[in-house]
Write a protein that binds this ligand. Structure first.
Ligand SMILES: C[S@@+](CC[C@H](N)C(=O)[O-])C[C@H]1O[C@@H](n2cnc3c(N)ncnc32)[C@H](O)[C@@H]1O
Length: 272
């Protein structure tokens, strides 16, 4: 996996390399420069593409099937599609979002560019039922518990890869009392501690669900404070029941200690 210090060399889309879609989305100007207000987004997408590249270059699936949950304006979705197209690889991608107007715009762009394998749907992640089994589920900054529903769907459909960059995590913060424990005494520290705990629980539950998981820095804080990537790959062999019990205990110990519930945990345990 590329490191921060050599990221510039490993950009998947280089500045100056014109992309009609990036231009249409307002990320790039007509002369190939990155529009100044979109620079952070450009860095984020490029970094995400590095993770996609890391997976796709080692997986020769005939057709990659991907769902992008909470796709929004779909900068990432379009660029993931282009990534596969440029390499002559078949890909099918669905972008899903709650916002109808945004999705209609994305559909229009996809149709005008002849992107047959790329479609967009209006809907809620938690009710979504896919037309195909995805190889990969991605989500970039899906709000709060939307990330939990994205991960849960991916697990239940047996997606081989999951790349999730969580956004705001309010769920635990709303449940934990303001004092009584060292890290819950001060607003800022409580918020950060509980956001990190949320991601640790998600990672642990993914391991419990037979994924190999890494949690890594997505991008420098200066480009986005929401900079944690949860990367998961389905294991060829399931873990032993003993190991799984230990993994679940680790997550549940925290929940009991703080007297809280967590959406991914509730979804997984409710459906077992
Ligand atoms: C911060 S935006 C990120 C958009 C895009 N992934 C990006 O990084 O540019 C979060 C998006 O998630 C969508 N979203 C939030 N909750 C959702 C849900 N339950 N189902 C579908 N989309 C959801 C919002 O409508 C919004 O467009």
């Amino acid at each position: 996996m590329p490191q921060e210090h050599n990221r510039a060399k490993k950009y998947i889309i280089n500045e100056g390399e014109f992309s009609p879609v990036l231009c249409e989305l307002g990320v790039q100007t007509k002369d190939g420069h990155i529009a100044a207000p979109m620079y952070d987004k450009f860095r984020q997408i490029n970094r995400f593409l590095e993770f996609i590249d890391d997976i796709a270059s080692k997986d020769d699936a005939e057709e990659f099937k991907i769902i992008d949950f909470g796709c929004g304006k779909s900068y990432l979705t379009f660029l993931v599609y282009e990534y596969f197209m440029k390499r002559g690889r078949r890909v099918r991608i669905v972008g899903l979002d709650l916002k109808r107007a945004v999705i209609e715009k994305c559909r229009d762009i996809a149709a005008r560019h002849g992107f047959d394998g790329l479609s967009f749907e209006v809907g809620d992640i938690k009710d979504y039922s896919p037309a195909f089994k995805p190889d990969m589920v991605i989500s970039l900054h899906a709000c709060d518990t939307a990330t939990d529903f994205a991960i849960y769907n991916a697990i239940s459909w047996g997606a081989r890869y999951i790349l999730a960059i969580p956004c705001c995590q309010h769920e635990l913060n709303l449940q934990v009392k303001k004092s009584g424990r060292l890290l819950s005494s001060y607003g800022l520290l409580r918020e950060r501690f509980l956001a990190l705990s949320t991601d640790a629980i998600r990672a642990k539950l993914l391991e419990y669900s037979d994924y190999d998981v890494s949690v890594m820095e997505f991008i420098d804080m200066e480009h986005s404070p929401k900079n944690i990537m949860i990367r998961a790959k389905k294991r060829a062999r399931p873990r032993s029941d003993e190991k799984k019990a230990l993994l679940l205990d680790e997550a549940e110990d925290f929940l009991k200690q703080y007297g809280v519930t967590q959406t991914l945990h509730t979804l997984i345990t409710k459906h077992e």
